[in-house]
Design a protein. Structure first.
Length: 281
C-alpha cells in the first residue's frame, strides 16, 4: 500500500504559478493527483506548463482574485465541473511587504489581509462546501472515516508566527499568518464529522523566487536567515522541495488521516534555539 498515492483525487492549490505553491502542485502531481491551480495572472506560467507535460495527470490553470468571493465561488464551481470532485485544498497564495510598523500604510494592511487571510478563508470555504456535497452524495453518514473518503485543507502559515525576526519589518504579514493559523482548530472541529481534516504548514526560511530576489537586494538579510537555521551549518536555508514531504503527508488520507487541527513547523530548527537575531551580531 502506497501511503502517498493520490490517484483519482483532485487538489485545488492557490498561488501555484511559482514559488512554494508551484512546488506543492508538483509533488501532488507526482503523487498522481490532478491539480487545479488558482493564481492572479492571466496566463499559466512556464512552470505550470511544464507540469502539464510531465506527470500524466490533469493540470488546469484558473485566473482568480482570491480576495473576491464572487470570483472564488465561480472558479471553484468551474473546477468542480471540470474535474468532477475536490479532495484537497492547499492555500499557498500570499504577499509580504517589508515596511516599518509606524509607517505601514492602510493599503499594505488591506492588501496583505485580503490575500493572505481572506483569500485563504474564501477558497477553503468553497472547497469544503464542494467536499461536503461529494460526501453527502455518496450517502455516507457522519462521522466519515478520514482515511477513506474525507478531504484535506492545508493553510500555509509561517515561522514568523512562532518566532518573529528582527531582520524584517513585516507586522501585517505576521498578523495575517497568525490569523490563518487561528482558523485551523475551529475548522477542524466543524468539519471533522465529514472526515475533512484541517491543518497548517509553517515553513521556515525558504529559498523561493522571492527569497532569491531578497538575496540580490539584501544579502545581509539572507545571511542572517542562514545563521538562524540549525541545519545546514548556518550556510543555507531551506529548499522548497524540503517542504514537499510534509505537505504530501498532510494531504494524504493514508499517511496523515489521523492528523487534524495542527500546525506543522518545518524550519530547519530555526525556532528551536535562542540565537543572535540582530543583523551584524
Amino acid at each position: 500500500m502506497d501511503l502517498f498515492d493520490l490517484t483519482g483525487q483532485t487538489a485545488v492549490v492557490t498561488g501555484a504559478a511559482r514559488g512554494l505553491g508551484l512546488s506543492f502542485a508538483s509533488v501532488l502531481a507526482r503523487a498522481h493527483c490532478n491539480v487545479a491551480i488558482l493564481d492572479i495572472g492571466r496566463a499559466a506560467s512556464e512552470g505550470v506548463d511544464h507540469l502539464r507535460t510531465t506527470h500524466g495527470v490533469r493540470i488546469e490553470y484558473y485566473t482568480c482574485d482570491i480576495s473576491s468571493k464572487a470570483q472564488v465561488v465561480d472558479t471553484i464551481e468551474r473546477v468542480q465541473q471540470d474535474f468532477g470532485r475536490i479532495d484537497i485544498n492547499v492555500n499557498a497564495a500570499g504577499v509580504v511587504t517589508d515596511e516599518p510598523f509606524i509607517s505601514t500604510s492602510e493599503d499594505t494592511i488591506n492588501r496583505t489581509f485580503a490575500i493572505n487571510f481572506t483569500g485563504s478563508f474564501l477558497v477553503a470555504q468553497a472547497c469544503a462546501a464542494s467536499m461536503i456535497k461529494r460526501i453527502e452524495a455518496s450517502l455516507l453518514s457522519p462521522p466519515v472515516d478520514p482515511a477513506v473518503e474525507g478531504g484535506s485543507i492545508v493553510f500555509i502559515a509561517s515561522i514568523s508566527t512562532h518566532l518573529p525576526s528582527m531582520a524584517q519589518n513585516i507586522a501585517p504579514y505576521v498578523g495575517s499568518k497568525a490569523a490563518v493559523r487561528g482558523l485551523v482548530k475551529p475548522l477542524a472541529v466543524e468539519l471533522a464529522p465529514y472526515g475533512i481534516r484541517v491543518n497548517s504548514l509553517s515553513p521556515g526560511y525558504m529559498m523561493t523566487d522571492m527569497m532569491e530576489g531578497l538575496q540580490r537586494r539584501q544579502p545581509d538579510l539572507v545571511r542572517q536567515f542562514q545563521r538562524e537555521t540549525l541545519l545546514g551549518g548556518g550556510r543555507r536555508i531551506g529548499r522548497p522541495d524540503e517542504l514537499q514531504g510534509p505537505l504530501l503527508m498532510l494531504c494524504s488520507r493514508r499517511a496523515g488521516g489521523w492528523m487534524t487541527g495542527q500546525d506543522l513547523l518545518v524550519d530547519g530548527g530555526a525556532a528551536s534555539w535562542k540565537h543572535a537575531a540582530a543583523l551584524g551580531d
